[in-house]
Design a protein around this ligand. Sequence first.
Ligand code: SAM
Length: 208
Amino acid sequence: MRKNLVEQLRERGIKDEQVLRAIEKIPREAFLDRHFLHQAYEDSALPIGEGQTISQPYTVAFMTEALELKPGERVLEIGTGSGYQAAVLAELGARVYTIERHMALAEAAGKRLEQFGYRVVWRTGDGSRGWPDFAPFDAIIVTAGAPDVPESLTKQLSPNGGRLLIPIGDRASQTMYRIRREGEELKGEPLSDFKFVPLIGKEGWEGK
Ligand code: SAM
């Protein structure tokens, strides 16, 4: 089933073989609530509790490919959710830091990642402000939709080609942007349209 999913992702345009290999290797079912196990290899987002979702595999593959990671690079993920995206990043050899605002999700994801032997540094909190203690990051991936680009995140990007992947738009739908930092210069590039749950926080949307 995982091989079929990878074929579907290939047909939809994902080309990075390392990303495809990571998705083929990681058991997505282990990141899901048992009620949704039978849907683990459908290319769809699924509920994970707290009104949140594990992203669609295509979205995970698209964002990971667009990050253009090299092994050993430092990546900050905002929105740990189930931990699946963090596992994909770790599988690519990145040094992964991840923040989730819901404690129950963060703790469950932390346990899963540990079970699989992924050394991911995680915490609970408002990721819209980044994680200054571990900055700068070679890449930052925001897996929730934001109204605008959080300044804290661009400040924590490496000035030597750091990349920020972030969906920007309204609460219902967003455009994925890749923003590159060279020195103090930021260049944004719109990539494609997606639908994410909202980024709630000081530099995101208001909410509980
Ligand atoms: N990357 C996740 C995965 O692989 O399962 C899916 C993420 S889900 C689409 C978005 C997550 O972002 C939710 O779990 C939500 O609670 C979290 N979130 C929203 N605003 C946040 C914030 N300010 N800081 C940290 N996490 C946040």
